[in-house]
Design a protein around this ligand. Sequence first.
Ligand code: BDR
Ligand code: CA
Length: 325
Amino acid sequence: MRKVILDVDTGSDDAVAIVTAAFAKEVDLVALCSVWGNLPIDVTTDNTLRVVSAFDINVPVYRGCARPLVKDLVADYPPKKIRKLVDENGRPLSMHTPNMGLPETDRKAEDLPAAMFYVDYLRKADEKVTVVLVGPLTNFALALRIDERIIDKVEEVIVMGGGHHFANARPCAEANIWNDPEAAQIVLESGCKVTFVPLDATHQAYITWDDCVRMRKIGSPASVFCAEQIEQRIRVHSLTQPLEVPDSAAVHDPLCIAYIIDPSVLNDLRHVHMYVGQGGPGEGQTIVDGRYYTQKKNCWFAFNGDRDRFADILIRVLENSVVQS
Ligand code: BDR
Ligand code: CA
């Protein structure tokens, strides 16, 4: 069982990652850290608290950063245009929603900010911990800047982010990296073992409507919730970024948890030297150095993912939620 801290900008796929981590027998989830990203920090923190409360997940939640480390310091950024989507019945539709259909909760975030939690927890840890970052990398990068010695307690950093042949936030950048490129570079240079689960893996390990039917059949509140979140993603994908296989969606974040459970869910995992574009048209791009002979390798990068294996892992883990719910 691996001790895991999961850092989330909850979010539909983050929510599925939290549930997967909580119910996987291979994972000992010790804490959740929230970060802004998919939605503002108040909302991602509240969504995280709603998920842990709804499914009796007994782990502390630490509120994290509301902004990137450096980017946007000068507030002359043009406001982002948000395209309003509706479903076939005219109801509003979006990839990530405030409250996610879950009830309000009395659960509160801990007092300590997430970056300080990392420093405090890792300094005292007597066992190595795996840090899974599925939002912008701000909290953990800030912790590394406060005390770089914490890397001694980190077994592996697993990042959902980046893309080699795929992008989403910008023509050559994925959202988690694009949101805080400086933070991503700090994590890359930390000296930790860093494994990237980029869009190349998550788009090829897509989840289908039929997989959601299997999830719903499990019949626990957690499995039905995950099916709903993924179905919503399938609807949005079909309208905005259809995948080759109809009625399917990339469900990025839980692929990191699936990799902990069974590393063979990532295919074509290569040890590479990578850096992150800082500014200009390449801002937020994960640039894999093609000069195999020059640079010291600094991360592992998955160029593909196994869709059948991923779907089976999700179903198997959600089956645990029946016994425990
Ligand atoms: C990543 O960005 C977020 O929107 C998702 O939750 C995922 O972590 C995909 O680019
Ligand atoms: Ca996320």
